[in-house]
Design a protein around this ligand. Structure first.
Ligand SMILES: *[C@@H]1O[C@H](CO)[C@@H](O)[C@H](O)[C@H]1NC(C)=O
Ligand SMILES: *[C@@H]1O[C@H](CO)[C@@H](O)[C@H](O)[C@H]1NC(C)=O
Length: 365
């Protein structure tokens, strides 16, 4: 892929802010009508009619069921600084007793080695042929997984599909059980509300559209052999969805998430939905018993510690402030009154950047 021009980066920033704004209004709607997927009791979904599975079955003895952490990424500075922080926290949490984290691979889908090859275990794969992604770069993810699964020797039986803006806030156990992968339910993935569109890719004979889980490919912990079946279908469905103007318009920036959800349903794979898999500041407030901080939303607060979402806060942390290079070390902590999730996020970013050698230098192109 060609290096992104400043104009493209600015455009991306605008599109993202707009998408985030739309998400916000949707979140507010859902917050007032109650959660879409219901609550957990003992780790089990009560109100979801499709996926109700037993809570963690105790593993026999103390043998661990390791999963390989697979992080899809590009060589853009915006991706590399997030990957370095992500990998730092992986190495810290992996050695904790509760962890079932195995090896780590950054699947670099920009086609060429970059300057992090020595710092992070990396496999280079090809981007989609020019033009095929039509500017929607995340379509490269399914293709990246297809190539990686073909060429890599993966020791672990399970794979976690992760993204650069994930931080392991607690050691992650294997949340999957046999043929049931574990996934995070996203409130904005609503297959039942898009029945007509889903049906174009998920024929009636496969069953009700509610078989399509409200998820994306990440975070998901899944058996390697299942992912080997699903990944090519995921790629195929992504491209067909992108090719269909009505679907492209309806799903927009989350098209590839729907494509994964549909592809796994086509293979009759149902996911255990784990709301505790991930937390998303500033909406989720505490970190207890959660595993991954996903810092996709901007965190804006005034000095009284009140959220000013959508308006620049007097204090703010937003990954999109750092599209062209990494945040500086030692970011200022939020004012008093800001939720634990946001404070922890900034402290974890600071700890990582303080300890990663040459922070702010090696990304310079
Ligand atoms: C997707 O799969 C269908 C049927 O299995 C096939 O006809 C089609 O060519 C595939 N499309 C792509 C883009 O791979
Ligand atoms: C980090 O910044 C704070 C002020 O925000 C300062 O007091 C502190 O000494 C700095 N720490 C390091 C390690 O630079």
């Amino acid at each position: 892929m060609a290096r992104a021009s400043p104009v493209l980066l600015i455009l991306l920033a605008i599109v993202f802010s707009f998408a985030t704004y739309n998400l916000l209004t949707t979140i507010i709607r859902y917050r007032s009508t109650g959660s879409l997927v219901g609550d957990y009791s003992d780790g089990m979904l009560l109100s979801d009619p499709i996926v109700a599975r037993p809570k963690n079955v105790r593993r026999v003895g103390n043998s661990k069921s390791l999963f390989h952490v697979a992080l899809t990424a590009t060589d853009a500075p915006y991706s590399t600084w997030q990957c370095r922080i992500m990998y730092y926290w992986y190495t810290k949490q992996k050695v904790m007793p509760e962890s079932e984290m195995g090896g780590f691979t950054r699947i670099l889908h920009s086609g060429n080695p970059d300057n992090l090859m020595d710092e992070i275990p990396t496999v280079v794969v090809d981007p989609l042929p020019a033009g095929l992604d039509r500017g929607y770069i995340v379509l490269n993810r399914p293709w990246a997984f297809v190539q990686w699964l073909e060429k890599a020797t993966i020791e672990e039986d399970y794979i976690l599909m992760a993204e650069p803006d994930h931080i392991f806030v607690n050691p992650l156990p294997n949340l999957a059980h046999g043929g049931y992968p574990a996934a995070f339910p996203f409130f904005y993935i609503t297959p039942a509300q898009h029945e007509n569109i889903i049906r174009k890719f998920y024929p009636e004979e496969m069953g009700p559209v509610t078989n399509v889980d409200p998820i994306g490919n990440s975070p998901v912990i899944i058996q390697k052999e299942l992912l080997e079946k699903i990944a090519p279908t995921w790629m195929n469905v992504s491209l067909r969805m992108k090719d269909d103007p009505e679907t492209d318009k309806a799903f927009g920036w989350v098209l590839e998430m729907y494509a994964y959800a549909v592809a796994s349903a086509l293979h009759r794979v149902q996911h255990i939905l784990r709301k505790d898999f991930m937390l998303q500041p500033p909406w989720d407030l505490d970190i207890a018993n959660k595993f991954i901080i996903h810092y996709t939303y901007g965190c804006d607060y005034n000095l009284k510690g009140e959220l000013t979402y959508g308006k620049f806060g007097e204090w703010r942390f937003d990954k999109r402030s750092y599209l062209r290079g990494p945040p500086p070390r030692n970011l200022s902590l939020p004012p008093p009154g800001v939720p634990e999730s946001v404070v922890t996020l900034v402290k974890m970013v600071n700890e990582a950047t303080a300890n990663i050698p040459n922070w702010g230098k090696s990304e310079a192109q």
